[in-house]
Design a protein around this ligand. Structure first.
Ligand code: PNS
Length: 167
């Protein structure tokens, strides 16, 4: 039986920390569904389509990765794909409380869905989409911290005046 895991997130934008977790996940699972949260209430720099397009380009040569958009409850998405495992990255102790709350709530909602945590490479343990956006908004470089396509799109947003410090 094929082992599939769901890797959910907002990915605004995807960073090398996310990519690192996905590649680690591919060592454990036959395929991974990257589930991109479509959330009209949460303000995003990139539209859902832009976030998905970047991820598609990054994993264009990886047939074991599927990209899907989801709204509503994660456990329902997982169930609808006949999945059982959710992968999440855990960077530091500061992530723990939120992740514990989320994993236990998901378990409450569906006891059959299990959350698996993985540590990213130490090189990315300080990295988040928000800190990447903040650095770029102030003219700093994020080379090596995000895939090249993401770096290009961030610079484009900056040129267009769409990347403000509050993002
Ligand atoms: O990239 P993020 O913001 O850490 O991802 C958070 C995400 C998308 C995994 C989380 O917000 C989520 O699962 N949202 C879907 C709504 C849901 O299922 N809520 C109940 C469990 S917390």
């Amino acid at each position: 039986m094929e082992r599939t895991a769901v890797y959910p997130g907002f990915f605004d934008p995807i960073t090398n920390g996310h990519v690192d977790i996905i590649l680690r996940g591919l060592k454990l699972f036959d395929s991974i569904i990257i589930a991109v949260l479509k959330n009209p209430k949460k303000e995003a720099l990139f539209s859902t389509k832009e976030r998905v397009t970047m991820i598609e380009e990054i994993f264009a040569d990886q047939p074991r990765i599927e990209i899907q958009v989801f709204g509503g409850l994660l456990v329902e998405f997982v169930r609808s794909h006949k999945g059982r495992i959710v992968i999440r990255g855990l960077r530091a102790v500061s992530d723990f409380e939120y992740e514990l709350q989320m994993a236990l709530m998901n378990r409450q909602l569906d006891p059959d869905v299990e959350t698996l945590y993985m540590m990213p490479s130490v090189h990315y343990s300080f990295l988040s989409s928000n800190i990447v956006k903040e650095v770029v908004s102030m003219g700093g470089s994020v080379a090596g911290l995000v895939p090249e396509i993401v770096e290009d799109r961030l610079k484009e947003k900056l040129r267009q005046g769409k990347l403000s410090i509050s993002q």
